[in-house]
Design a binder for this molecule. Structure first.
Ligand SMILES: [Mg+2]
Length: 92
C-alpha cells in the first residue's frame, strides 16, 4: 500500500476525521456481512468494496498511531498463535 496517498489524506482531512471514517467503513462492512449471514444476500461485490474501504482506512489508523513494522507484525502473529492454540484445544 502506498503510504504517500494515505499520509496526504490524513494531512488534508485530519486524524480525528479519518478515525471516524474508519469507524464508518467498519460499520458498512459489518452491515454487508450481516446481510450475507442473516439473509443469504448475494452481495459479494458490496463486501469486497467495503473490505477495500476498511483496508484503506485501517492502514490510516496504523499510520496515525505509528503502529509500523514489528509492532503490527508481532500483534498479528500473537493473535494467530492464540487462534491456533484455541482451535487445537477444541480438538481435544
Ligand atoms: Mg464504504
Amino acid at each position: 500500500m502506498n503510504d504517500e496517498v494515505l499520509n496526504k489524506a490524513i494531512k488534508k482531512y485530519g486524524e480525528t476525521h479519518q478515525i471516524l471514517v474508519a469507524i464508518e467503513e467498519m460499520q458498512e462492512l459489518s452491515k454487508e456481512l450481516l446481510k450475507y449471514a442473516n439473509r443469504g444476500a448475494n452481495n459479494r461485490d458490496e463486501i469486497i468494496k467495503e473490505l477495500a474501504d476498511c483496508y484503506i482506512t485501517l492502514q490510516q489508523i496504523r499510520i496515525i498511531f505509528d503502529f509500523n513494522g514489528i509492532f503490527t507484525n508481532e500483534a498479528i502473529y500473537n493473535k494467530l498463535k492464540r487462534l491456533e492454540k484455541r482451535m487445537n484445544e477444541e480438538k481435544k
